[in-house]
Ligand binder design. Structure first.
Ligand code: G6P
Length: 607
C-alpha cells in the first residue's frame, strides 16, 4: 500500500527520496510524488504510474533540495491520477498520508465553508489544509500537526513540510506505521525500514499517537498527550542485500527458492534433542498450553490459509477445538469466547488493518492470551500481542506471499505439536512430527527441483481463463492458496474446492477448457479423493495431479507431478511449492507484473 519517505539533510536528497520510494514499490501503488521545501517555497512532482515515471520527471526538471517528503499512493479515495497523487499542497504546506481519514467529509465541508479550495478527490487534502490553517493562526509546524491530528478520525501516518520552516519534516502516526531513522548530520522518516536501509540501520519505532519533529541535527518525539518522550533506538537486523533481487528475474522467484533456508531459520534454536523448546512461546508457555481449551485463529489472505491448515493440526493432534476466521468478518460479529480460549493472529507484515483491529477487539474479550505468528518483529501486531512466535522468512518483497506462508506453516506446526504434547499426544506421533519438521528444508529443496517440469506444465495454462483446485483435509487450504496465487499474479480466475464438494456445484463447470489441479498426497483421504478425480475425468476434465509416488500408481490423470513423500505435518508445505512455481511460470508466460500485480498491495493497512 502507500509508502512514505521524508528527509532533512544538508545536501541534495531527491535521489534518496526516490530511492526510498523504489524500495517501497513492492508494497503496491499506482502513483508517486515528491515535494522539496526551501526558502523559496515548495516544489513538487507527481506522476500516475510507476516510480520510473517520477524519475523521468525529475530528470527533466532537475528538481532537488535538502528537505522533502515523498510518497507512493495506493488509491482509496479518488482514482489513481496525478491530481490525487501525494504530496498534497495547501499554501506553504505539503503533506503525504497513508491510511484513511474517516471524518474527511465533515472536515472538507468545514474547510470549504472557510474558503479553502480542493483540487483532489482524496481524503488526505483536508489534512494539508488543516495544518496550513493551524500554521496561519500562528502555530509552529510541529504544533500545527499536533493540533491537526487531534481533529482526525481513522488511521494515518503523515509526513509534512512547510516553507515557513524549511529544514523540518514533521511526522505523526495513528493506526499506520511510521519510523524515524537516525543518520549522521541528517535524519529521516519512513513508513517502512526498507526505504531507509541504504541510509541508516538505526531506527525509532514511533508509537500510536506520536508526533516526530525531524531536523538535520535531531529527532524529537512527542506522545499523544503532547509530552516530549524518548523512544528506544533499535538497530535493524535487516541486511540491505536481503532486499536485492540478485540473479533472479523476479523477487517472487527468489523468495520461492529461499524457502529451504527460511524454513531452516524458522526452526533454528527451537528444537533440541527431538523436542520443541516450550519457552519459545513465552516464559509462561507451559501453563498457558495446559490451560488452552480452544483456539481462535484470525488472519487475512495467505495468512488465513496458513491458519486453516493449522486448524486441522490443532484438532487432529491436540484434540483442542479450533476455528480459523478472516479478520474482516471476525471484527464485525459477536464471537462467543469460552473460558480458556487462546486468540492467535497470523500476519506476515504485522500491519494488516483488519487483523490489527481484530486483535485490539480481542483485548476486551475474555481470551486466555493473545498470541501472534508474525514475520516483522517491530510490527504493530507483535507489539499488541502478549505471546509471539516469529517466522524468520526475511523480507518478503513479492506481493504474492510465498516464503512467508511456508514459514507460517512451520511456526504453526511447532505450536500445534507443542499444544498437543501438553494435551498428552502419543510420544511416537510427537517425535515423528518433530522429525518431519527437521526434514523439511531438505524436502523443500528436493521439491524445487521440479521447476523445469512445472514450467512445461505452465504452458498448458497460459491461455486458460479459469482453473479449479481441489484438495481434502489440510490440502484443501493448500488448494485455496494455490488458487489465490494463480489469480493474484496471472489474473486467471481460479477457485479452490474441498474435493468432496465437487459434485455439489463446481462439477458443472468442468470441461476441457477448465484445468483441474488436484493436490493429493498420500494421506488418509486419498481413496476418497481418487473417486473425486474419477468424476472429473469422466466429464472430460483435464486433470493435473500433484501426488507422491504411492498415489501416482494407478491414478488416471492427464498430467502427474510426483512430489517427495512427506508425512501429515510436512506434506502441506511440500505440496505448496509446486503450486507457487506453477503460478509464477504461468504469470511470466502471460507477461503480467509478477512482483506487483495490478490493484494489489503487499500490506493492506487500510480497512
Ligand atoms: C495482502 C497481501 C497478501 C497477504 C495479506 C495478509 O493481501 O497481498 O499476500 O496474505 O495481505 O497480510 P499479512 O501481512 O497480514 O499476512
Amino acid at each position: 500500500m502507500c509508502g512514505i519517505v521524508g528527509i532533512s539533510a544538508n545536501r541534495p536528497i531527491v535521489q534518496h527520496l526516490i530511492a526510498g520510494l523504489s524500495a517501497l514499490e513492492y508494497r503496491g501503488y499506482d502513483s508517486a510524488g515528491v515535494a522539496l521545501v526551501g526558502k523559496d517555497g515548495i516544489a513538487r512532482l507527481r506522476a500516475k504510474g510507476k516510480v520510473r515515471d517520477l524519475v523521468a520527471l525529475q530528470a527533466e526538471t532537475g528538481l532537488d533540495g535538502h528537505c522533502g517528503i515523498a510518497h507512493t499512493r495506493w488509491a482509496t479515495h479518488g482514482v489513481p491520477s496525478e491530481i490525487n497523487a501525494h504530496p498534497h499542497v495547501s499554501g506553504q504546506v505539503s503533506l503525504v498520508h497513508n491510511g484513511i481519514i474517516e471524518n474527511h467529509a465533515a472536515l472538507r465541508a468545514e474547510l470549504l465553508a472557510e474558503g479553502y479550495e480542493f483540487s483532489s478527490q482524496t481524503d488526505t487534502e483536508v489534512v494539508a489544509h488543516l495544518v496550513e490553517r493551524a500554521q496561519r493562526r500562528g502555530l509552529g509546524l510541529r504544533e500545527a500537526v499536533q493540533d491537526t491530528v487531534a481533529r482526525l478520525h481513522g488511521a494515518y501516518a503523515i509526513a509534512v513540510v512547510s516553507a515557513r520552516e524549511p529544514g523540518t519534516v514533521v511526522g505523526a502516526r495513528y493506526g499506520a506505521p511510521l519510523i524515524a531513522g537516525l543518520g549522521e548530520g541528517e535524519q529521516y522518516l519512513a513508513s517502512d525500514v526498507h526505504a531507509l536501509l541504504p541510509l541508516t540501520r538505526r531506527f525509532m519505532y514511533l508509537e500510536e499517537g506520536d508526533v516526530a519533529e525531524v531536523t538535520v541535527g535531531a529527532i524529537r518525539v512527542f506522545d499523544a498527550s503532547g509530552a516530549e518522550v524518548s523512544r528506544e533506538v533499535k538497530e535493524s537486523h535487516f541486511n540491505a542485500d536481503a532486499v536485492e533481487r540478485g540473479e533472479y528475474a523476479h523477487y517472487m522467484l527468489k523468495e520461492i527458492h529461499e524457502q529451504p533456508v527460511a524454513v531452516a531459520d524458522t526452526l533454528e534454536g527451537r528444537i533440541a534433542g527431538g523436542k520443541i523448546l516450550t519457552q519459545i512461546f513465552g516464559v509462561d508457555a507451559e501453563r498457558l498450553l495446559a490451560d488452552t481449551q480452544a483456539v481462535h485463529i484470525i488472519a487475512c489472505g495467505t495468512s488465513y490459509h496458513a491458519g486453516l491448515v493449522a486448524r486441522y493440526w490443532i484438532e487432529q493432534l491436540a484434540g483442542v477445538p479450533c476455528t480459523a476466521e478472516i479478520a474482516s468478518e471476525y471484527r464485525y460479529r459477536d464471537p462467543v469466547v469460552k473460558e480458556g480460549t487462546l486468540f492467535l493472529t497470523i500476519s506476515q507484515s504485522g500491519e494488516t488493518a483488519d487483523t490489527l483491529a481484530a486483535l485490539k477487539l480481542a483485548k476486551d474479550r475474555p481470551y486466555l492470551a493473545r498470541m501472534a505468528v508474525c514475520n516483522v518483529p517491530e510490527s504493530s501486531i507483535v507489539r499488541e500481542s502478549s505471546l509471539v512466535l516469529m517466522t524468520r522468512a526475511g523480507p518478503e518483497i513479492g506481493v504474492a506471499s510465498t516464503k512467508a506462508f511456508t514459514t507460517q506453516l512451520v511456526a504453526l506446526a511447532l505450536f500445534s505439536l507443542e499444544l498437543a504434547r501438553a494435551k498428552g499426544l502419543d510420544a511416537a506421533r510427537y517425535a515423528d512430527g518433530v522429525r518431519q519438521l527437521e526434514q523439511l528444508p531438505g524436502l523443500i529443496a528436493e521439491t524445487l527441483k521440479l521447476d523445469a517440469e512445472i514450467l512445461e506444465l505452465a504452458t498448458h495454462f497460459a491461455d486458460k481463463q479459469h482453473a479449479l483446485f481441489l484438495g481434502r483435509g489440510t490440502h484443501w487450504p493448500v488448494a485455496m492458496e494455490g488458487a489465490l496465487k494463480l489469480k493474484e499474479i496471472s489474473y486467471i480466475h481460479a477457485e479452490a474446492y474441498a474435493a468432496g464438494e465437487l459434485k455439489h456445484g463446481p462439477l458443472a463447470l468442468v470441461d476441457e477448457e477448465m484445468p483441474v489441479i488436484a493436490v493429493a498426497p498420500n494421506d488418509r483421504l486419498i481413496d476418497k479423493l481418487k473417486s473425486n478425480l474419477e468424476e472429473v475425468r469422466a466429464r472430460g476434465g483435464v486433470l493435473y495431479a500433484f501426488v507422491d509416488e504411492t498415489v501416482a500408481h494407478g491414478l488416471d490423470a492427464a498430467h502427474v507431478v510426483i512430489l517427495p513423500a512427506a508425512g501429515e505435518i510436512a506434506a502441506p508445505v511440500v505440496s505448496t511449492i509446486p503450486l507457487q512455481l506453477l503460478s509464477y511460470h504461468v504469470a511470466v508466460l502471460r507477461g503480467t507484473d509478477v512482483d506487483q500485480p495490478r490493484n494489489l498491495a503487499k500490506s493492506v493497512t487500510v480497512e
